[in-house]
Ligand binder design. Sequence first.
Ligand SMILES: [Zn+2]
Length: 120
Amino acid sequence: MTPLSNKSCLECGIAIKGRMDKKFCCDHCRSCYNNRSRADHSDCVRRINNILVKNRKILRELCSREKYRISTEILKLHGFDFEHFTSLKVKKNGQCCYYCYDHGYLAVDEDTLMLVSQPH
Ligand SMILES: [Zn+2]
């Protein structure tokens, strides 16, 4: 006897009969599933982009107020997300500049940051 697939459709959950490598019961289920995973992916990209854009906005606003040295606490109060940045530059003295696009910061000490920006 040929073993039949006892898998179920990834989209609707009904049992799939036929070839072992089938993942969906029909083309409709396949396209629903694939469309949804594309949407999930862009949600993730959008979420992180929003964080980066917000981070940059915070840095740019504080920078334009000529507050080049600020406390880490102030960035936190503005809702800055320290886990997300677009690039990291290590200076010759070993200090790290964390950039969100063209604006960034480097840590002076545990509580103080220096705002930096890149020429366009
Ligand atoms: Zn299905």
